[in-house]
Design a protein. Sequence first.
Length: 214
Amino acid sequence: MKAPVQQSNFKPVPSGAHTAILFQLIDLGTQEGEYNGEVKHQRKVRLGFEIHSDDAVTDDGKPMVIGRTFTLSMYDTAKLRQFIEGWRGTAFDDDAASAFDFKAMLGKACILNVTHNKASNGKTYANIDSAIRLMKGMAEPVPVNAPVYFYMGDDETGHSIDEAIYTALPDWMRESIDKSPEYRRAIGLPDPEPKSTQKSAETADKPFDDEIPF
């Protein structure tokens, strides 16, 4: 017996270094996951970039886009903090890290390092590995996509959503957001029932001068 190979027109962003602009900053809310048999609840954020490289253009001539989801944490070992520090080109101290406003990154340019991995289904997927700031003398790319900022607030400031932005998000993003307690509180629903009675944890994802872009 032989199985047909599913063909796909999906074209990943080429691997390597690309000039890019952060155009999406999306709060996915608190998501439930499992790590080493323990259920964890962690706030997630999605960073979406448009790529400005000659070899990363869609069939209709627009920049290809790529994103990465992080745990929303600025602990010193958190991947999000490490990613932003690499982009800035300088480390935070803990006070600056806790006070950092992520919206400051929106619309900023960087150089993304994109890597490829091949999944068991045979498809090649592109992943954001790291970012650095533009080299001196490099021209800032002109953004094509309008910036998208979606944040659902917190228990101190209250929860709300921008319905127009929410509706325009891709289906998979809305499906993730819909499961979060932040979204449910924003629309007046009770928090979702946990899938497990195991102890949850909101943990980090562990095992400026003028030239700083933000």
